[in-house]
Ligand binder design. Structure first.
Ligand SMILES: [Zn+2]
Length: 295
């Protein structure tokens, strides 16, 4: 959690910003103003960023692009970087990318998002975008790890398969008439979603569905639900209920309005709305581990 404030930074919260480490890759989400310095404080290097995902072009989600992109080039990051953002904000992306003079040393691929769907497939994940509901075009993002197979030692033993034969069976799918399916079970891939700046909508439900870890905005408390829907935001109770209905395992609430004093109230309202999994009220520089595999 690089920053957890909506709209304006406060004494305790930087503008928004999040880094997800997923196997060997780093995905930077919604870098607001000051993200470069927050990365330093969090021990995140420009080298750690492989992909940048921007939900929408409000300043608290994108003003940090200028600094982060220049830093990637200053440090001559040795791999290409890909940036996803709403296609309708192309001009904002270009302005931020070329806000001041610097020398470009790193290939940065612009991969604008113009509708729901798959943005990238790697061995470690499929990255998807889904449209949200906000006054400017906004997309949430979801990573889904491909399902794997979990070998079952008792069944392997029953079929007399041991040692290097296990690897051979995994590679080839069958061995001496025994198929992989007979001695293993599906190991469900893990899921992460990032949902920022939206009213409740179908996109929220799709993104949250079955997530191991959901990072979601809860700008407002429930008593300000009318304000929330006017400005295209969620309340803590709405986020909690959506997470509960989607079967989320670990819920991270963030993007808080400066108008509230007690962060614990966000948790109380999300709990009151039915969410009973693990819950973190985000604070700057806190690390949240992806939950261990459920089975
Ligand atoms: Zn925002």
């Amino acid at each position: 959690m690089l920053g957890t404030a909506s709209q304006v930074p406060t004494r305790h919260r930087n503008h928004n910003g999040y880094l997800l480490r997923w196997d060997g890759e780093g995905l930077l989400f919604d870098p607001g103003e000051g993200t470069q310095r927050q990365m330093l404080r969090a021990g995140v290097a420009a080298h750690d960023i492989d992909r940048i995902c921007v939900t929408h072009f409000h300043g608290d989600h994108s003003l940090g692009l200028a600094g982060v992109i220049q830093r990637i080039n200053l440090d001559q990051v040795p791999h290409p970087v890909t940036a996803h953002y709403p296609a309708s904000g192309q001009r904002f992306f270009e302005r931020l990318r070329y806000a001041t003079a610097y020398r470009e040393t790193v290939p940065l691929t612009e991969a604008p998002v113009s509708g729901d769907g798959v943005l990238a497939r790697t061995p470690a994940y499929t990255l998807e975008a889904h449209r949200l509901s906000h006054p400017v075009e906004s997309y949430g993002y979801r990573l889904i790890e491909p399902d794997g197979r979990r070998m079952l030692p008792a069944l392997l033993a029953e079929h007399g398969i041991a040692g290097p034969d296990v690897g051979r069976l995994q590679r080839e799918g069958s061995l001496n008439g025994v198929t992989l399916d007979e001695v293993s079970e599906t190991r469900r891939g893990q899921r992460f979603a990032f949902v920022m700046d939206t009213r409740l909508c179908a996109g929220v439900r799709t993104l949250a569905e079955g997530c191991d870890l959901l990072v979601i905005e809860s700008t407002f408390l429930d008593e300000d639900e009318r304000l929330a829907s006017e400005h295209g935001h969620l309340t803590a109770g709405q986020a909690g209920r959506a997470a509960h209905e989607a079967g989320v395992r670990h819920l991270v609430l963030t993007h808080f309005s400066q108008r509230y004093g007690d962060p614990d109230e966000f948790e109380r309202q999300a709990r009151a709305a039915g969410f009973d999994g693990e819950l973190t009220v985000a604070a700057d520089l806190v690390r949240v581990p992806l939950p261990k595999r459920s089975g």
